[in-house]
Design a protein. Structure first.
Length: 78
């Protein structure tokens, strides 16, 4: 198909976003499960927060370089 653009980077950004959202939900449940100031869920909280930071730190520069930098807005007066 001539002129077809493969949306791989945008789809990958969706997958990263879904993982970060699910990590946030797991953190929310773990925080709710804590009792007073003793939260035995701290390891899962820290793992998910750090994993989300790592995913975003690793992927966002790649997305910017391979997808967002080349996007131009053009006017189509048809």
């Amino acid at each position: 198909m001539p002129g077809k653009v493969n949306p791989v980077m945008a789809e990958c950004l969706n997958m990263v976003a879904f993982q970060v959202i699910s990590n946030d939900l797991a953190v929310s449940f773990a925080v709710q499960a804590g009792q007073l100031e003793l939260n035995v869920m701290t390891p899962v909280i820290m793992h998910n927060v750090l994993f989300s930071i790592e995913l975003l730190t690793n992927f966002l520069p790649v997305f910017r370089k391979k997808c967002a930098e080349g996007i131009r807005v053009t006017s189509s007066d048809v």
